[in-house]
Design a protein around this ligand. Sequence first.
Ligand code: PMV
Length: 327
Amino acid sequence: MIRCSAPGKIYLFGEHAVVYGEPALACAIDKRVTVEVIERSDGLIKISSNDLFFKDVSVEIAGDGEVELSPGERTLKPLHYVFEVISEIQSIYDGDISGEIGFDMDIKTDLPIGGGLGSSAAVTIASIKTLSTLLDLDLDLEEIAEIGYKVEMNVQKRASPCDTFTSSMGGLTWVETGEKLEKIRSLDLPVVIGDTGKEGPTGVLVEKVSRLKEDYPSVIEPVINSIGEITYQGLQKLDDNDYSGLGRLMNVNHGLLDCLGVGTEDLNQIAYVARNAGAWGAKTTGAGGGGCVIAIGEDPDKIATAIEANGFKAYKTKITENGVLRE
Ligand code: PMV
């Protein structure tokens, strides 16, 4: 039996501005997707997950690596990433995965799905690590991240390599122009995540910011530059271990995201509730339009309790050094 897990991610600073050439800082969080495989002798591939909204599914994969999905199965979003992983791994593996090597795969997650916390990347990266280990393919973390990005592109047609890179490497990722990615350091910092329970469509929100920038370039360009400056100064605060300064910059970043038009009433409410409960800082993470707020502070329990008392879900977690790993 092989079991591997991979983390989700948050943006500490810089989302949206990164689309226009500013840097962003993404971090792996200690909420993970775990994938377990057990070899079976009949060559069949059977996938199950009770947290990811599908029950047991059996599929047979053709020798050429093509996965046939029935229309009903295509709506099972996380499963689609797993099928794509199997296809990609098949394309670099000498033998036939199905027929020759069948397996039972079970997927568990403690990441919410579709909340902008990189759940699809975590499913993808954990599956790649598990299957490549099963097949004795010696992939390093960069190769796993690269295959993961390809999988996300194939499934979504548009993806940032940030999620799969951060999920694979762990720690803090410095992102430039959405393409140049570098793991810069590790950090153990408690974070509270407040979840609006609504999904923000990334493509639509990126488009919305682009229209605003086109209509008011002299107003919006300085906002974007300012978010970039926050990211540089935020990194400095981390290096100085100045978490209250980090929090103040998160608050400014939240306000700037709101003024770019990607804030919502729920996101603002969670941010204010967190700050009133003593958070040093709270900001929208990811595309906005729904999704989650991240907050840091001395008393994570108090912040989480306050968020929940206002009818939202709260998850206590921490920024983590651990990327994908075999457990
Ligand atoms: O939807 P998320 O949480 O992966 O965040 C998207 C981040 C953006 O900067 C808005 C878009 C991008 O591709 O970088």
